[in-house]
Design a protein around this ligand. Structure first.
Ligand SMILES: *[C@@H]1O[C@H](CO)[C@@H](O)[C@H](O)[C@H]1NC(C)=O
Length: 355
């Protein structure tokens, strides 16, 4: 979601430096990535602690078998939305980032008129459903998650929902992004998860330490955010020292293409995607290779679009476009690109919670 985030301090020139990496180095990097994928693919070797995700996103079109068919309930003062596939094998609780809500994870439908299906968020859910995870999302009580206010409520809701749907035998996993990542890292002290995923968040280990029996933790982040990058390194070391399984997935920037937006945002058509790409070129928002020069939030693309197409009907996709731009710049955004790594992490740590 367009995590209208706190602190967007980019070290000056960081992006330019990145783009100046010579081609040879890029090939070398690609080789390393392929090797890492190869080694990772060989199975459950947990000593592989890191994989880099510099996906060129060559095929942006993502096909999942699952469809958005949520059940929506308002309870304990918040939105609770879920979808359970046939024969679920595990539970996945998802926590959004600041300024976001549970309705971002499912497409708009008669069952959920207020859902908006942001591109990355919906793909996380659809992929999880494909892999037979029963998915549950809750909205935070305030703009961001609060440990004091939300932990008791969310714990209560998850436990109620598991009982209500007779899922007691299944391992329970959790994924949180940004504020939701800090929240999930704290929730994991109060609840038993088989494993967790913290996205663009380093966790609250500074204040709570590493609790005994803490679940295996995968950190999915965008190393361009040097601050979080540094904290994750430190926290991974602390977790590792206590014998807890950890892994890191690093998500890198990728160039925009004329079809990127129409391929990743259902409902946004090709002509509009191409028009916007050309506008970005005209305005100099992207370089000659298609890389954004700045974070989506710091690019005045909405203004430029308004000037060019004052009567555009496509404004319903502004938040969706914003999310993809932030994703391409790879500084701080929800991402579904590493969803395979995340689900594989959950699947390979399912033994630990079933008594
Ligand atoms: C949530 O709502 C239920 C039913 O209204 C209530 O029994 C329960 O105590 C509430 N839980 C919390 C943590 O407030």
């Amino acid at each position: 979601m367009p995590l209208r985030a706190h602190k967007l301090k980019m070290p000056p020139g960081a992006a330019q430096r990145f783009q100046a990496i010579p081609l040879a180095l890029l090939f070398l990097l690609l080789g390393v990535v392929i090797l890492a994928i190869f080694i990772n693919g060989r199975g459950s070797n947990e000593s592989i602690a890191q994989s880099d995700l510099s996906k060129s996103v060559s095929n942006h079109l993502v096909v999942t078998a699952a469809r958005s068919q949520p059940t929506v309930r308002f309870m304990n003062g918040t939105d609770v939305i879920w979808q359970i596939p046939e024969f679920p094998k595990a539970v996945l609780f998802i926590a959004h980032g600041c300024n976001c809500r549970a309705g971002n994870f499912w497409d708009q439908s008669a069952a959920c008129p207020h859902c908006i299906g942001l591109p990355e968020d919906r793909l996380i859910v659809l992929n999880a459903l494909d892999r037979k995870f029963a998915v549950l999302a809750v909205s935070s009580s305030g703009r961001c998650w609060s440990k004091e206010k939300d932990i008791a409520i969310v714990k209560w809701i998850i436990e109620w929902w598991i009982q209500e749907n007779k899922l007691e035998k299944l391992p329970v996993t959790a994924l949180g992004a940004s504020s939701g990542g800090y929240f999930v890292s704290a929730l994991a002290k109060e609840m038993r998860f088989s494993s967790i995923a913290l996205m663009i968040a380093s966790g609250v280990f500074d204040s709570m330490g590493v609790p005994v029996g803490y679940p295996p933790t995968i950190f999915v982040h965008m190393p361009k955010d040097l601050h979080i990058n540094r904290l994750i390194k430190k926290n991974m070391e602390a977790l590792r020292k206590k014998g807890i399984d950890v892994k890191e997935v690093r998500c890198m920037e990728f160039p925009l293409t004329p079809a990127l937006l129409s391929e990743r945002i259902p409902g946004l058509d090709q002509a509009f995607s191409l028009m916007l790409f050309k506008l970005f070129q005209e305005k100099g928002f992207i370089d000659e290779k298609g890389y954004l020069k700045n974070d989506g939030r710091a690019t005045s693309w909405k203004q430029a679009l308004k000037e060019k197409e004052p009567s555009s009907e496509k404004y319903e996709w502004l938040d969706h476009i914003q999310e993809e731009l932030n994703l391409a710049f790879a500084y701080h955004e929800m991402t579904s690109l590493p969803i395979d790594d995340i689900l594989h992490w959950f699947e390979s740590h399912m033994g630990s919670s079933t008594v």
